[in-house]
Design a protein around this ligand. Structure first.
Ligand SMILES: NC(=O)c1ccc[n+]([C@@H]2O[C@H](COP(=O)([O-])OP(=O)(O)OC[C@H]3O[C@@H](n4cnc5c(N)ncnc54)[C@H](O)[C@@H]3O)[C@@H](O)[C@H]2O)c1
Length: 389
């Protein structure tokens, strides 16, 4: 369906759209990048030039490649300039009504064969697709930030999307050197659903005073092997983004308590303490800020790791149980999309399902909260002495 001559359209020249445009242009496609805000478009063009120049200086690409990538991208400010595209990836503001109206407009000017994709993190692809008269050609292609570096792309067929379109998109995105996984159109897809306990359980432990945020971050890095601790990562992502994703997933799952957001994070958002980008989040990033030392108590550290890791494994198991994605895709997504040290289901086998079920049962008994309910798949594996692999 696609060839190297296929023109790729990208709508929205912000963080994600410009990254996706660069990826497609590097893979030899002509790319048309549209934004309805001229200053955002100009900024995207100058940022791209700067980042490509840095790559040349670091020896990662040649000056010739830099010229080739730049020549492949045209920066446009009229939606009609996208009319020749074979695939258009939308990466605009995360607002369902705005996205739906852009898709309705797009359909009027592209060819019937053009595939329309959304990079949404949290909205329903089916709902976006239903704004089109041909919803079968609409799909989710969820890149991770920064799109030029993170290998993962989640491919999300909506209810009406045809298998031919899923296969064509998978072949194309694989050819761009990305790692693709297929996921059902459910809130948070794979990564933004399975990763929720990394933040929410850490926040719960912190709110209860079981460990400080410094200690939780230390334990998750030094004991569990994650690249960043939950509080450092929330501060890096920004609470305006991270809190909103949590709240959206919770709302879309009809307020399932296991996805409930934390008040301590909401207060930061209300205060405008958005994280690194605003100079203060959970941590203070001002030059004279004094960092507190973690309490490097291995027993406390292990308690922290067990709670967070076992809740992550529980969610990965539930995602598999509900057939959102395959075992391999769930594990691959967490490693390639958010740099987890290993796949959670593989990790479950190494630790033993017995131990995980025992610990989760203790949490459920103690708190008497539905938040700690155990995935039926973990229970089945426990009873039948099965492993995931
Ligand atoms: N930032 C992330 O970490 C991340 C990761 C994965 C997916 N996403 C998703 O990607 C999308 C874009 O996110 P972002 O972080 O790049 O946003 P951003 O704010 O950096 O960029 C959005 C761009 O879209 C433009 N825009 C807004 N409405 C438009 C319209 N109607 N027509 C044309 N252009 C329009 C804006 O001018 C802006 O330049 C969102 O759906 C988001 O959920 C974001």
């Amino acid at each position: 369906m696609f060839t190297k001559n296929s023109i790729i359209g990208v709508i929205g020249s912000g963080a994600m759209g410009s990254g996706i445009a660069q990826v497609a242009a590097t893979a030899s496609h002509k790319v048309v990048l549209f934004d309805n805000n001229q200053s955002a478009l100009s900024k995207a063009e100058s940022n791209l030039k700067i980042s490509l120049q840095k790559l040349v200086e670091k020896g990662k690409i040649t000056a010739e490649q830099q010229g080739f990538i730049l020549a492949n991208i045209s920066f446009v400010n009229a939606l009609t300039d996208l009319s020749e595209c074979s695939l258009i990836i939308e990466a605009i503001v995360e607002n369902l009504q705005v996205k739906r109206s852009v898709f309705t407009e797009l359909e009027k000017l592209v060819s019937p064969a053009c595939i329309l994709a959304s990079n949404t993190s949290s909205l329903s692809i089916t709902s976006i697709a239903s704004a089109c008269s041909k919803p079968d050609r609409v799909i989710g292609l969820h890149f991770f930030n920064p799109a030029t570096i993170m290998p993962l792309v989640e491919i999300i067929p909506g209810v009406a999307t045809t298998q031919t379109i899923v296969s064509a998109c998978k072949t194309l995105i694989d050819s761009w050197g990305k790692v693709t996984v297929i996921t059902k159109d459910t809130p948070g897809f794979i990564v933004n659903r399975v990763a929720r306990p990394f933040y929410s359980e850490a926040l719960r432990i912190y709110e209860e005073g079981i460990a400080s945020m410094e200690t939780i971050d230390w334990a998750m890095k030094d004991i569990a092997g994650f690249k960043m601790g939950p509080f450092e990562l929330m501060d890096l992502i920004g609470h305006d983004v991270n809190y909103v994703v949590t709240e959206t997933v919770w709302t879309q799952f009809y307020f399932d308590p296991k996805f409930k957001p934390a008040l301590s994070q909401k207060r930061l958002l209300e205060a405008g303490f958005l994280g690194r980008k605003s100079g203060r989040g959970f941590y203070d990033y001002s030059p004279d800020a004094k960092l507190k030392e973690p309490l490097k108590d291995v027993e406390i550290g292990k308690t922290v790791v067990k709670r967070i890791l076992f809740m992550l494994i529980n969610e990965a198991a539930d995602t598999l149980y509900l057939k959102v994605a395959t075992r391999d895709d769930i594990d691959l997504a967490m490693v390639k999309g958010v740099n987890y040290p290993k796949g959670l289901l593989k990790w479950a086998d190494e630790l033993g399902v017995n131990l995980i079920v025992k610990e989760l049962t203790a949490l459920k008994d103690f708190y008497e909260e539905d938040r700690y309910r155990i995935s039926p798949l973990l229970k089945q594996h426990f009873i039948m002495k099965k492993t995931f692999y």
